[in-house]
Each structure stands twice: as C-alpha cells, then as structure tokens.
Design a protein around this ligand. Structure first.
Ligand SMILES: Cc1cc2nc3c(=O)[nH]c(=O)nc-3n(C[C@H](O)[C@H](O)[C@H](O)COP(=O)(O)OP(=O)(O)OC[C@H]3O[C@@H](n4cnc5c(N)ncnc54)[C@H](O)[C@@H]3O)c2cc1C
Length: 407
C-alpha cells in the first residue's frame, strides 16, 4: 500500500516508521525545513519522552481520552517504546517521577533516532512540503495535495499536531482536514498553561514557592487541591501545580472559579498562630516587612501583609491579636481570582481535536473515510506533564502505522 504521513513530529515519525516496518511504501511530508521542531523544545530541550510506568498508572494521568487510549497504550506501553528506541541506539535514563530522558540530555537525539529508524525502514522524507488538502473521492482516499504536486496514495495518516506553540508548525491544519473530510472536531482550548489572575502579582514575579497547596473551587465544590510548586509571573500564576490545574478547568468559565493558596500546609491554623506569636516576640521591635521574610520571600510576604490589612511599617509588637489572626488566615487561605488561561502560544498541549467517537481506537482509522487515519495531538487526547503527552503521540502513531490495512 502507498501511505502518506502528514507531519514529521513525534506521532508522524512513529507512524511512518511503523507503517514502513510493515512493508508499506511510505512518504512522510513535513512542512518545516526539519523534522520534529517541537520535539527539540520538549522537556526544556532534554525531551521527557515517556513515563516509565505500567499502562494502568499511565492511563490515570490522561485527562481526556483515557478509555480510547487503553488499546494503544496496552499494545505499546512505555516499556515497549523504551526498548524500541534503545535497540535503535538511543540510551535512556529514568529520573524522578518515572520521567524518561535520553542519556545525552539532548532532545535532538530523539528526533535523530526516529529519523534514522524511518530511513532504515525505507520511508521517503519530504521536508518543506506543506500538505494543503486531503483529496478524497466518494469518502475514499485519493491522495494529498501539496504546494508542488499531488501525491496519490491508498492511505493517509494525519499527524499534524494541535494548536499549541504554532511557531513549531502545529497550526491546526489536521483539524481543518478532518472537518473537510466530514469529521467532528471538538473545540480546542489550551492545556498545561499558566493562569492569569485579576490580582496584580507583578511584584512577586519570578518567585517560586516549593511546598504550597493550590486549591480551586467552583461554588461549594473543590475541583482541585494539591501540594507542589508554584511560580509567580507577570500575568499571574504558572509552575507545575498550575499547569495541572489548567488541564482540569480549561473548559469551565473562569468567572465561576476561585483559587486559594496555602503557603504553610505543614501547619494547621493553631500551630501557625503559635509560630507567629513566637516570631513576633523574638523580633518585637522589627518592622513587619522584615518579620514576614522569615515566612515567605520578601515581595510575596508584602502581598500577604496587604491581604491581611497589616502595614509593612508596623512593628511586630504593635500587631493586634485580630491582625495576627488575619495574617494567619492570609497565609493559610490566600485568595486569587482566575481571569483566563494563557493562550496556545504558551500552552504545552491542546485539549480538543478530532472527535474520538469517529476513530477506531485500535488502528486510529477514520470510521467515516476509507484510507484516512489520525494520530497524536490532532486527536481529542491530552494528559498531565511527565512524558505522557509524547507517549500518547508515539503510541497512537504506532497504532496508526500498524493499522494500515494490507492491500
Ligand atoms: C514547550 C513544550 C514542551 C513540551 N514538553 C514535553 C515533554 O517533555 N514531554 C511530553 O510528553 N510532552 C511534551 N510536550 C508536548 C508534546 O511535545 C506534544 O504533545 C507532541 O509533540 C505532539 O506530537 P504530534 O506529533 O502529535 O504533533 P507535533 O509535534 O505538533 O507535530 C506535528 C507536525 O506536523 C507538521 N505539520 C502540520 N501541518 C502540516 C501540513 N499541513 N503539512 C505538513 N506538515 C504539517 C508540523 O510542522 C509538525 O512538525 C511539550 C510541548 C511543548 C510546546
């Protein structure tokens, strides 16, 4: 069978390799001047390519599409990906939280290995080749149209990614192809992204708090509450905790959500009050702006003082019991108002994409169009950070390549 894979990112490279390894004649069309532009920036340039955990644990980290992914992840679990890459000459290492990286710490080595695998399996790679249209005849694949030519094929795997970091080439072309082919596309929203707050947090910009509890409520219901690291930015909040939260609330109206931070999760209100009393009596002649330094990084301490209604110029021994209780309250429940999520330019992944109900989960083949398949972030799949998203791209790409029907 002649197969065209559209997109030379993680999912497309794996799909092309898998299809060629099965004996198909494969052309990989990538619109950029090089393969895997997004892979280069993953894991801060080190590429956290998978998470070395069993499939069940893996699926617990999937936000959208867990059921759909069962088959692909069980057929091609992290251990299988790792073995495949290592046997093709890419040594791997596993770090904290089962995150897997190349030993070299160079994301480019992942792309090089995938490219080598493709070339050895006989894939023809066409760079600077933008696919403009998928050519169908009576709901059957005819070919693909690029800026230069039409390439006729029996099957086409669309691996064009989502909408996030469009500078890497992921501009949602596959979503347009899907719609043109009659598929439903679930509206896309940014995921794993920072959250803008109504409050001006610029004075705390750059401060990272390691052990903080971030909670998010919608009315009476707590949607999220987790301990971890938080980063203050010029627009509001980012960091691991916030990215995870964004994945869960990105379809909810921001105005219905409220956030709160517990800066002292190890102490209950009584223990914290006792700690404040001790601090105040030990530093009774000092200004509160200095006393709070012992509790939080300077500018953050000032924000908390302001929330508690205490002047930073007040001496510790002049703080009333009521003010101390307010400070305790602001340290345990520091309220913030989410305004909106940051955009696709900054989102690690896209949530939304080709509707999973119209795709066969074993083969990634379209249920509507003969010869058409989708894989990777173009599908309505996303997960938390930790190597899960790249693995989704690899596992669905592997399934799509293997799922091409024999002639
Ligand atoms: C900053 C950042 C860091 C990340 N870090 C990690 C991480 O460490 N671990 C992890 O698991 N995930 C990470 N991710 C997410 C992960 O990179 C993606 O989920 C994954 O790359 C998706 O792969 P894909 O093949 O589906 O799409 P993409 O990687 O987006 O690839 C799509 C390819 O298709 C090409 N293309 C698009 N349209 C056309 C067209 N019309 N014709 C031809 N070619 C076309 C594009 O140029 C692109 O090369 C990160 C994402 C970002 C943005």
């Amino acid at each position: 069978m002649k197969v065209v894979v559209v997109g030379g990112g993680a999912s497309g490279l794996m799909a092309a390799y898998a299809a060629a390894a099965k004996g198909h004649e494969v052309v990989l069309a990538e619109k950029n001047e090089k393969l895997g532009k997004k892979i280069y920036i993953t894991g801060k340039g080190r590429c956290n390519l998978t998470n070395d955990c069993p499939p069940d644990e893996f699926l617990q980290n999937v936000v959208r599409g867990e059921k759909f992914l069962r088959s692909a992840v069980y057929s091609f679990p992290p251990s299988a990906l790792m073995e495949l890459l290592e046997t093709h000459g890419l040594p791997l290492k596993t770090e904290r939280g089962n995150r897997v990286f190349p030993v070299s710490d160079h994301a480019s080595d992942v792309t090089k290995t995938l490219e080598k695998m493709c070339r050895e399996a006989g894939v023809t790679i066409k760079l600077n080749t933008e696919v403009l249209k998928i050519d169908l005849l009576h709901s059957t694949m005819r070919g693909i149209i690029t800026q230069n030519e039409e390439i006729f094929c029996d099957a086409c795997i669309v691996a064009t990614g989502g909408l996030s970091y469009p500078s890497t080439g992921s501009t949602g072309d596959g979503l347009r192809f899907a719609k043109e082919a009659g598929h439903t596309v679930v509206p896309c929203v940014p995921s794993l992204v920072g959250i803008e707050t109504a409050e001006d947090l610029r004075s705390a910009q750059g401060i990272s708090v390691k052990n903080c509890v971030l909670s998010c409520r919608r009315g009476e219901k707590t949607l999220f509450s987790a301990l971890g690291e938080l980063l203050f930015t010029h627009y509001g909040l980012s960091g691991p905790l916030v990215l995870s939260l964004s994945a869960l609330v990105n379809r909810l109206p921001a105005e219905e959500l409220s956030l709160s931070l517990d800066f002292k999760p190890a102490l209950d209100a009584k223990q914290l009050d006792a700690r404040l009393l001790r601090d105040f009596s030990a530093r009774k002649n000092e200004l509160m702006r200095n006393v709070v330094r012992g509790l939080l990084p300077q500018t953050l301490g000032l924000l908390v003082l302001r929330a508690a209604g205490i002047s930073p110029e007040k001496q510790a021994n002049a703080v009333t019991a009521e003010e101390r209780r307010a400070l305790c309250g602001a340290l345990k429940v520091f309220p913030l108002t989410p305004a909106r999520l940051r955009g696709f330019e900054e989102a690690v992944v896209t949530s939304g994409g080709v509707f999973l109900g119209e795709i066969d989960p074993k083969t990634m083949r379209s249920k509507l169009v003969k010869g058409l398949s989708f894989c990777g972030e173009a599908l309505d799949l996303d997960a938390f950070t930790g190597g899960f998203n790249l693995h989704i791209a690899f596992a669905t790409g592997f399934a799509a390549g293997n799922g091409i029907l024999a002639a």
